[in-house]
Design a protein around this ligand. Structure first.
Ligand code: RBF
Length: 340
């Protein structure tokens, strides 16, 4: 080899070494979204998927493309751990994203088989596992907002409101966040309007059966619940139908639900699950996501709110004013809503 050839080879290898990080940088980050259930009709999962798609769009514009695969885990909860394990052991995904309070424990089991996997879990609560980041919302505050508003509607002069101090809550299933946070906050919020308020709490037993949800809602309405908070996914449509036919009102959770029942869905809280998801995915791609930590966002962070836009015109300005005052009170620190 002549000296000239040697120099050319050296330059070529140097260029290759220098270029390597460039190639590494442009390799698309790969993300899987594991939906524990089905997307359609489930506000919390709709926001999850929309949030990841939004991150993908924003990252594309920034010249940092990512690939996203959405997998529906289905309604058989016993299959979720296997579904998640299959994704993790494939080693195809830099990040697996999922959402609901049962996921941290499932992800910890999956990590026994795939210790390299990173997880971003929304609506979950776990700190101290270096592979897992969780971002959740203050569901006590959110339940409280719903209950306070429901009680104001129930004690109003609106057409479907009756004289009983009773509101309803239909849940897809029971789990600690439902029993200790949402349900408790909902009743405490109602009691802040009038201490005589009682709660008719029912459980659907799944997140999809609209016919059974409708039957349960009819029974609640007959039992004098005039406002029902519905948190049962595909079952929510059945609750709206029952309320329309039997003269009651419905409250929505997580995202504005007014379009699902004009003049029947009278109120809705919303959480920033979509934004939290978008921001967390972008942070991950940019190497800023802090694994091992857990965040719980609430009213003060602007992450739990009441959806004022879309409230039916039959709701008085006085009710809206009272809810705004409640939110302001929490934001300024004048008021603390606590589950204990
Ligand atoms: N919420 C839904 O809207 N749809 C679901 O399919 C759903 N499945 C859940 C399964 C389990 C095991 C648990 C613990 C919660 C589930 N949730 C579901 C509730 C969800 O985490 C959240 O509490 C509510 O959506 C209210 O924000």
């Amino acid at each position: 080899m002549t000296l000239k050839q040697k120099i050319i080879m050296l330059i070529c290898s140097l260029a290759l070494i220098a270029g390597a990080p460039l190639f590494a940088k442009t390799k698309a980050v790969s993300v899987a979204v594991f939906v524990p259930g089905i997307v359609k009709g489930n506000p919390t999962y709709e926001l999850l998927v929309e949030g990841v798609q939004e991150a993908k769009a924003q990252l594309y514009k920034k010249g940092q493309p990512i690939t996203v695969k959405v997998v529906e885990g289905g309604v058989n909860q016993g299959e979720w751990q296997n579904g998640l394990t299959a994704l993790a052991i494939s080693k195809k995904y830099d990040l697996i994203i999922s959402s609901n309070p049962s996921l941290p424990a499932i992800a910890e089991k999956v990590l026994q088989f795939a210790p390299q996997q990173k997880f971003l879990l929304l609506d979950g609560y776990l700190a101290g596992n270096a592979q897992i980041k969780t971002v959740g919302f203050n569901h006590y505050e959110q339940g409280y907002l719903n209950g306070y508003y429901a009680a104001l509607i129930s004690t109003s002069t609106m057409k479907n409101a009756n004289a009983a101090y009773k509101i309803g809550l239909l849940a897809g299933q029971e789990y600690p966040v439902m029993n200790d946070k949402i349900r408790k906050g909902y009743l405490d919020g109602a009691k802040a309007v009038n201490k005589n308020f009682e709660l008719d709490f029912r459980v659907l037993g799944n997140w999809y059966d609209a016919a059974k949800a409708s039957e349960l809602a009819v029974s609640m309405i007959k039992n004098n619940a005039d406002v029902i908070l519905t948190i049962c996914g595909g079952g929510n449509a059945g609750v709206v139908a029952a309320a329309r036919e039997n003269g009651a009102y419905v409250m929505w959770f997580d995202r504005p639900g007014y379009s699902y029942g004009k003049d029947i869905v009278v109120g809705s809280t919303e959480v920033s699950q979509k934004t939290a998801c978008t921001d967390s995915v972008i942070a991950f791609v940019e190497g800023r996501l802090e694994f091992g930590t857990s965040e719980e966002l609430g009213i003060k962070d602007g992450a739990v709110n009441f959806a004022f836009e879309g409230v039916p015109s039959a709701v008085s300005a006085d009710i809206i004013q009272k809810v705004k005052q409640l939110i302001d009170g929490v934001k300024t620190g004048a008021l603390t809503l606590s589950a204990h």
